[in-house]
Design a protein around this ligand. Structure first.
Ligand code: ATP
Ligand code: MG
Length: 419
């Protein structure tokens, strides 16, 4: 990721707070506000501060890598949406879609703030799709979605303005679509592994709409989740309560007695759309047999902030946040008690070794406060330079999650952090 040049804590404009905000009910938001990772603008609307935005960027970089590996092309669409476009599918109607934020131009022309982008991308790619040679392709974006969610009590896991990674695929037929859909599933599984929630995340069969029997959700077992799923631990799949019937259990070859009910949060959702949108918007191509056919589509969403919230819910402890190395704002938190010149030398050594390091260089802060801050912020490794470690010619290296502690040379620390 693109690193800021300066990672000295004395220059960080945010600070940790002793107490959680009283008006916030969700654990992830309480902790993230307390630690200065996010700012609550209003109920269900959060801004990301430097540390929180670093985590978001690391999550988005992982997702981006996996999307690019699928061959998907990154784009950036618009939040402002035309009423006429959404009327073609009937989704402008508030009776059908109850999360719209709508506004208007000065001359009265109604506009909507996009809550998803199927209609927009279908219309946008239309001029580029002519023959079967234009297909298949896929495109994705990281873009702010607006949803007037009725309940927004889950902190950054459900907000009214949030970044979504939305990917859309365009295929010539169902077989070609299925091949991409399979690859997208594998990419999703890699993303959840890499972010650190692979073990708790299940591919979940959910309602499919008109064109496929099921859609697939990725559900992470978590008390703060708003969904109920039924998990088959051995096969590592689950059924969403919304489609949980004897018929579906049998259809999936599962056994009711082996399924365990759990609370879970939907971190990702993949959907076969068939030709619903291409029919409505006339996205057709001339096939090699000379026939005009509708493009077969899929859509694939992930909420990076929901992922971040789930990680906080699952991994933090009474002392604060605990980040997996892959998405930590910094891999190491360097703390010095005196020995400023040596600390600066270590700071440079760590950075030269390619380690993201936050250096608590503050001179007027007590050691206890520095340690408490390091626990709150939750970088995977704490690197302490004090009189005691100086005597040994090294640093005290502590792993935030396991609490394991050793005194090693700075080079030994670098090796351990890289492992
Ligand atoms: P939910 O059922 O939780 O409301 P959804 O099915 O409406 O979500 P999608 O439209 O499929 O969500 O969105 C794709 C992904 O975007 C979700 O899997 C989730 O990770 C994320 N997401 C959805 N709504 C929100 C929100 N309000 N705040 C943050 N992330 C969200
Ligand atoms: Mg859903």
């Amino acid at each position: 990721m693109n690193d800021a040049k300066d990672m000295r804590q004395s220059h960080l404009f945010t600070k940790t707070q002793k107490f959680a905000p009283k008006d916030e009910v969700s654990k992830n938001a309480q902790l993230l506000i307390r630690t200065g990772f996010v700012h609550k603008e209003m109920a269900g609307v959060y801004a990301f501060l430097p540390l929180g935005w670093r985590v978001m960027n690391k999550i988005m970089d992982i997702i981006r890598e996996e999307m690019n590996a699928l061959g998907a092309q990154e784009i950036q669409m618009t939040a402002l949406q035309r009423k006429e476009l959404w009327e073609t599918t009937g989704r402008w109607d508030d009776a059908k879609v109850d999360v719209w934020f709508k506004t208007a131009l000065k001359n009265g022309t109604p506009l909507g703030l996009g809550f998803t982008h199927e209609e927009a991308i279908t219309a946008m790619v239309k001029p580029f799709v002519t023959s079967h040679r234009s297909l298949p392709f896929s495109a994705y974006q990281f873009q702010t979605k607006f949803r007037n969610e009725t309940r927004a009590k889950s902190g950054i896991m459900r907000s009214r303005e949030f970044i979504m990674k939305d990917l859309y695929s365009f295929s010539r037929d169902v077989i070609e679509h299925k091949a991409f859909y399979e690859k997208a599933q594998a990419a999703y599984e890699r993303i959840f592994q890499r972010v650190g929630i692979g073990a708790q995340t299940y591919k979940t069969f959910a309602s499919g709409g008109t064109f496929s029997k099921y859609s697939h959700e990725y559900q992470t077992v978590c008390d703060a989740g708003e969904d109920i799923i039924y998990v088959d631990e051995k096969r590592r799949i689950a059924i969403n309560e919304e489609v949980y019937t004897d018929d579906v259990i049998a259809d999936l070859g599962l056994v009711k007695e082996e399924l365990v009910q759990k609370k879970a949060a939907e971190v990702g959702n993949i959907f076969s759309l068939g030709t619903k949108f291409s029919d409505a918007l006339g996205l057709i191509f001339r096939d090699d047999d000379g026939e005009n056919k509708s493009v077969v589509m899929g859509s694939y969403g992930i909420g990076p902030a929901r992922l971040m919230g789930v990680v906080v819910e699952l991994l933090s402890d009474e002392r604060g946040l605990i980040w997996p190395q892959s998405i930590a704002p910094y891999q190491a938190h360097l703390i010095n008690i005196g020995h400023n010149d040596e600390a600066e030398e270590f700071y440079i050594l760590l950075r030269t070794a390619g380690i993201d390091v936050l250096w608590d260089d503050r001179k007027n802060v007590r050691p206890g406060e520095k340690f408490a801050d390091a626990d709150l912020i939750g970088c995977p490794w704490r690197v302490v330079l004090s009189d005691k470690t100086h005597e040994y010619g090294g640093v005290e290296l502590t792993h935030r999650r396991t609490g394991e502690q050793t005194i090693v040379s700075i080079h030994g620390a670098i090796t351990m952090i890289h492992q």
